[in-house]
Design a protein around this ligand. Structure first.
Ligand code: SF4
Length: 92
């Protein structure tokens, strides 16, 4: 249903006939760590995330997995080692 509280005009899962069903009755504004993310959108009531109703929860246990402004460092490739061959090599 279309949001009629803080993110007006946005189709939202939590919006119902009786209003917003999310904890607290509306979405929570973005936090400082969200600054620069393309999912954050300015509304007349403030800046809110288009993906999550409570952005602080997404940052509680690390980096938000949907953040567009965080560039992940490529994982270093470690050479694959066959444990059997490594064991034989070590015994020599
Ligand atoms: S997607 Fe993550 S980082 Fe971006 S605004 Fe939403 S909660 Fe913040």
């Amino acid at each position: 249903m279309i949001c009629a509280t803080v993110k007006q005009g946005v189709d939202c899962f939590f919006m119902g006939k009786n209003g917003c069903q999310f904890n607290g009755g509306s979405c929570h504004a973005i936090i400082e760590k969200c600054t620069g993310c393309q999912k954050a959108k300015q509304f007349s009531s403030g800046t809110y995330c288009l993906m999550f109703p409570e952005p602080s929860v997404k940052w509680r246990s690390g980096t938000c997995n949907m953040a567009t402004h965080i560039v992940k460092a490529p994982a270093k490739e470690t050479p694959k080692v066959n444990p059997l061959k490594a064991s034989k090599r070590a015994s020599r």
